[in-house]
Design a protein around this ligand. Structure first.
Ligand SMILES: [Zn+2]
Length: 245
């Protein structure tokens, strides 16, 4: 009897330790917010529930720039900081996701494929400007969405530099961050990113981010269309913690 109590106690301690809050930043990676049932489309209803969950559980959405500033020591992080990002630059990010974000007081970052701006379903330049005006941070997702670890050195350079030049030229605001298409990267990209003036880049690796992490391999929590509702969303947040012990 005594022994089983001890085992239970040890188990409770272990679970408590596993679930302890870890002082890192989660970066959520969304793509589309719309009702099409596609793998990377979260429905407006699901997205709204997720933002409500974050708000009710005391999360504060911060921009990539605020995270970077906190990591370099020039700002402090709010309690339970989280970065909400969108890849590719779809028009629904402005038309559907932003009103929901605003409703819950959340800010976001949109990584735009510079060469896709103005194409059907994607943001046009006016819409990207509108995102900026309403406090959304814009990052680069390259020019053509090429898998950067699989192209020539000249193409790497082109995708990294030209996307920044295009976005900054059209939007009139510095672009400091990049998300690797397909999450693919290798260390040969790091000096190119540095020369181009990027302060950080997001991979597809799951986990939390800490001040001493290398800035060109920040981790993200992918949020595809959930099959198991809010439980799945909570498990994805938890998974980032578990892999970051
Ligand atoms: Zn993408």
């Amino acid at each position: 009897m005594k022994r089983s109590l001890l085992v239970l106690f040890a188990l409770a301690l272990l679970i408590g330790w596993l679930l302890r809050p870890i002082d890192g930043v989660s970066i959520l990676a969304y793509h589309r917010v719309r009702e099409d049932g596609e793998r990377y489309s979260v429905s407006p209803q699901q997205f709204s529930e997720q933002m409500q969950f974050l708000q009710q559980h005391g999360y504060t959405a911060i921009s990539m720039a605020e995270m970077a500033d906190a990591f370099s020591g020039s700002k402090t992080l709010p309690p339970k900081p989280i970065v909400i990002t969108f890849d590719d630059g779809y028009a629904d990010n402005l038309l559907t996701a932003l009103p929901i974000l605003e409703n819950y007081g959340m800010k976001a970052t949109v990584f735009i494929i510079a060469g896709s701006v103005g194409q059907p379903d994607y943001l046009n330049w006016d819409q990207a400007t509108e995102l900026l005006r309403r406090g959304v941070e814009i990052g680069s997702h390259t020019v053509s969405h090429a898998a950067l670890s699989q192209v020539t050195d000249a193409q790497k350079q082109e995708e990294i530099v030209q996307s920044k030049v295009l976005l900054e030229g059209q939007l009139g605001k510095p672009v400091e961050f990049l998300a690797y298409p397909f999450g693919q990267f290798d260390p040969s990209l790091f000096p190119l990113l540095q020369q181009a003036g990027y302060s950080g880049a997001c991979t597809g690796i799951a986990g939390l981010n800490f001040a001493d992490d290398p800035p060109y391999r920040w981790k993200r929590v992918s949020v595809p269309r959930p099959k198991f509702g809010m439980l799945e969303f909570r498990l994805r947040l938890l998974r980032a913690q578990l892999v970051s012990w």
